[in-house]
Design a protein around this ligand. Structure first.
Ligand code: MHO
Length: 229
């Protein structure tokens, strides 16, 4: 199962991937993609962004049938985060494990916009989703989380992408100086990590492990450290 087998996302992800920063230039060529809804998409965008093995994140709308969802006119869609990951570092099962831990599967959202849902991309993901759901159900009782096939993904407006990073003037200015195009920023691995650190989801271990490959200099590294210490 690789992204080569998948239909392209409905729009907006065909731009060239960013290359200027070392971690982006060293991106794995083979990635897989998961699409998950965990309520407001700002939070999970940051948490997955700070997860080792996650390559790219983007937030958007999925799980409904209306043709052109926007934040103001969502139709029957739900806020989701799309997580592109390196399967040699992080498995789909490990991602699912986080998904189930990061929400209460028995709690149903009052509005569809914030439903908990996992949208499988193929039969292999479907089997993993159903097995994990059955495990949880047998231990904890009825699961309200929606489990469905993916049938399209519309990227959200630029101002929702890497939302926590956008609120962090110092980090946002540093990466915007390198990637001034919003689509390039959205697809940057470094931006995904910075978004995680901006939200407080980074860690000293992650910084020690890969901070030098962000390529943004010592001052930014010191700022990242201050966001987690
Ligand atoms: N409007 C809510 C959630 C935004 S989320 C992108 C808030 O201000 O927290 O739905």
């Amino acid at each position: 199962m690789s992204d080569d087998d998948l239909p392209p996302p409905s729009s907006g992800t065909d731009a060239l991937y960013p290359q200027s920063l070392p971690l982006d230039a060293a991106a794995p060529t083979r990635t897989e993609t998961a699409t998950l809804g965990l309520g407001c998409f700002w939070g999970p965008d940051a948490r997955f962004g700070a997860t080792p093995g996650v390559v790219r994140t983007r937030v958007g709308y999925a799980g409904g049938s209306s043709p052109t969802p926007t934040y103001r006119d969502l139709g029957d869609h739900t806020e989701v985060v799309q997580v592109e990951y390196d399967p040699t570092v992080l498995s789909y099962d490990a991602l699912l494990d986080r998904f189930w831990r990061w929400h209460d599967p028995r709690a149903r959202s009052a509005i569809r916009q914030y439903d908990h849902l996992v949208l499988w991309h193929d039969d292999e993901q479907r089997a993993a989703v159903e097995a994990s759901r059955d495990r949880i159900e047998s231990r904890r009782g009825h699961v309200s989380t929606r489990t469905e096939p993916l049938s399209g993904f519309t990227p959200a407006e630029d101002y929702h992408q890497k939302y926590n990073l956008r609120a962090d003037d110092e980090l946002f200015d540093a990466i915007s100086a390198v990637y001034d195009d919003p689509t390039t920023l959205r697809e940057s691995i470094v931006a995904a990590r910075l978004n995680g650190f901006a939200a407080g989801d980074g860690s000293v271990a992650l910084l020690d492990d890969e901070g030098d490959s962000y390529g943004l200099g010592d001052e930014v590294l010191a700022t990242l450290r201050s966001r987690v210490e």
